[in-house]
Design a protein around this ligand. Structure first.
Ligand code: ADP
Ligand code: TZD
Ligand code: MG
Length: 575
């Protein structure tokens, strides 16, 4: 058999193709242009063929980070991000990211090679043996296997539709080694190729659901709109802005909806969060779930008398935590278009007293925040370090922001404003650590824009080796490690043995030297000035960089803003 280019292979029996080539052809036919992954048996040639046929392949050091990159790519582009993994352990490493994508409603497809079915099913001990298809099912929106080359077109179409239609999520596609290497006549392969038509169809909400919602909104004395990351994902930026501005209703952005309207918008109630949650009488959720991040919509955080409108593509989400008086089931772009058309016929003004109460609270909180940001703290604390970052990023409003950690996350969410939609990626619905470098790589690859990753020192450690990936692809990613020497805090002492306390990490770590090992630029920053200078230099350089920002180990609180969720021993303290 001799190779004749990437597409087909000449053979005594005519032109042949195989599972590798057909998989890539089917992905290309559906507009896939980038894959993230780690190669090995049996999928190494899948990455090679992809590269040969013009799909960009970004190779990682560990599958979890590759999977997080694919998930972020899905959120940023609205098309499924693709993660390629090897069998069993590689598959399982990627599965964390796939499950996280499903939880966050990001469209992603994990394509994994798998071992010999007949051996797996009899548990005869194949190399990297695992019943992957069944292992994936509970963590995904859908899971499929392709066994025959002539089925790959259907397999890819089903995976793409499952990932992007309705509520987006993670999809698993199992490609056994036997399928990948199976050959078929080229014309059989060609006949199997097609492009899925309209894979994420509009879901138009019923007209009466729009009227019901507007009738409820018209009764409000203290209305509030909550924008979630579903609203950001929906790419209905203009329609959302127009609805908010024409109704004058104050809005609260969830963390990944920040920037959908610029954070300095006069209707933003972000700085009066407690006030608006506690006092709003009619709340319109747009692409936001009443989960733990919104305290399940329950008192005392929320008013027991509050009435809810919820715009969501998933009808099953409605009433999940609190009765929803006006559900609007449909995609946000269609729903907001319908709302805007109806609102043009007139809408009740927002009462002055409500706007005034929000403005007063915003001014009070802004004054308190200003004092914290400008305090002269040595060593730096979260606020003073973030003020330095905020001032530099103000001149780089196109930069993407990735953010994870506990205190590092909570403080940065409040202190770093966003001005562009879909420019902030963070720990999300699970509050997961380990998304940092994967999300940063995807943001850089998909947008070509600079990326700043603000990382707790613990959070960074979960994916830190991907610094090599960042350097290998020369991506414009600046990582800032908030080095407070620990998980939440670095000052816990173990008085029982010589071992460090459970929350402690080495604060003497020079994370800046890690990136130097891969040819990137490292900076050490002990003061806000040094941090500001380093970030400015790194951003103007446009090359991979890491700033080791030394933070007071006593500055954080255990579990950050989630202290009330922390379960502590009811017996004598262990220390
Ligand atoms: P946040 O964490 O920002 O509050 P969530 O992830 O909890 O946001 O909620 C996002 C919601 O948005 C999910 O319930 C999801 O079904 C919904 N959603 C996602 N995309 C769309 C869309 N295009 N149209 C309508 N709803 C969407
Ligand atoms: N493992 C995973 C995958 N996700 C998690 N959320 C945790 C563990 C538990 N965890 C948190 O919830 S925050 C956190 C961990 C380990 C790290 C906090 O430390 P940090 O941030 O250094 O990243 P701060 O600034 O020190 O609080
Ligand atoms: Mg820390």
């Amino acid at each position: 058999m001799t190779s004749s280019g990437a597409d087909t292979v000449t053979h005594p029996n005519g032109m042949l193709t195989d599972g590798f080539r057909l998989t890539v052809d089917a992905l290309k036919a559906n507009g896939v242009d980038t894959m993230y992954g780690v190669v090995g048996i049996p999928i190494t040639d899948l990455a090679r063929v992809a590269q040969a046929k013009g799909i960009r392949y970004i190779g990682f050091r560990q599958e979890q980070a590759a999977g997080h990159a694919a998930a972020a790519a899905g959120f940023l582009t609205g098309r499924p991000g693709i993660c390629l993994t090897v069998s069993a352990p590689g598959f399982l490493n990627g599965l964390v990211a796939l499950a996280n994508a499903t939880t966050n409603c990001f469209p992603m497809i994990q394509i994994s090679g798998s071992s010999q079915r007949s051996i797996i099913d009899l548990r005869q001990g194949d190399y990297e043996e695992l019943d992957q298809l069944n292992a994936a099912r509970p963590f995904t929106k859908a899971a499929f296997r392709v066994d025959r080359p002539q089925d790959i077109g259907v397999g890819i179409a089903r995976a793409i539709r499952a990932a992007v239609s309705g509520r987006p999520g993670g999809v698993y596609l199992d490609l056994p080694a036997a399928f990948l290497s199976a050959t078929v006549p080229a014309e059989v392969g060609r006949a199997a190729m097609f492009q899925a038509v309209d894979p994420a169809p509009a879901q138009i909400p019923a007209a009466e659901s729009i009227t019901r919602a507007l009738d409820l909104l018209a009764q409000a004395q203290r209305p509030l709109i909550v924008l979630g990351k579903g609203a950001a994902y929906a790419r209905a930026d203009e329609a959302i802005r127009s609805f908010i501005e024409s109704t004058g209703i104050p809005y609260l952005p969830m963390s990944m909806a920040k920037g959908l309207l610029p954070d300095d918008h006069h209707q933003s109630a972000a700085a009066a969060r407690s006030l608006v949650l506690g006092q709003a009488d009619v709340v319109m959720l747009i692409g936001a779930r009443l989960n733990w991040q919104l305290e399940h919509g329950q008192p005392p955080r929320w008013s027991a008398a509050a009435r809810f409108i919820q715009v969501d593509v998933d009808p099953v989400e409605i009433d999940s935590n609190r009765p929803i008086e006006a559900p609007v089931t449909g995609d946000i772009a269609s729903a907001m278009t319908a709302f805007n058309a109806a609102v043009q016929r007139g809408h009740a003004a927002v009462p002055d007293a409500w706007r005034q109460a929000i403005n007063d609270r915003t001014a009070q909180n802004a004054a308190k925040m200003h004092a914290r940001l400008t305090a002269d703290a040595v060593p730096m604390n979260f606020s003073t370090a973030l003020r330095a970052i905020r001032d530099v990023l103000d001149g780089h409003r196109d930069a993407y922001l990735v953010n994870e950690g506990a205190n590092t996350l909570d403080f940065a969410r409040d202190i770093l404003p966003m001005y562009q939609p879909r420019h902030r990626l963070d720990s999300g619905t699970w509050g997961v650590m380990g998304v940092g470098m994967g999300y940063a790589i995807a943001a850089a690859v998909e947008s070509g824009q600079p990326v700043v990753a603000v990382e707790g020192d613990s959070a960074f450690g979960f994916s830190g080796m991907e610094l090599e990936t960042i350097c290998r692809y020369q991506l414009p990613v600046v990582t800032i490690v908030f080095n407070n020497g620990g998980i939440y805090k670095g000052d816990e002492r173990n008085t029982h043995s010589a071992d460090p306390a459970p929350t402690v990490l080495l604060q003497s770590s020079r994370y800046d030297k890690l990136i130097a090992a891969f040819g990137g630029t490292g900076y050490q920053a002990d003061t806000p000035d040094e941090l500001g200078h380093a970030l400015r230099a790194a951003l103007s350089n446009g090359k991979p960089a890491l700033i080791n920002a030394v933070i007071d180990p006593a500055a954080g609180t255990e579990s950050g803003h989630l202290a009330s969720m922390n379960t502590t021993s009811s017996l004598q303290p262990a220390h």
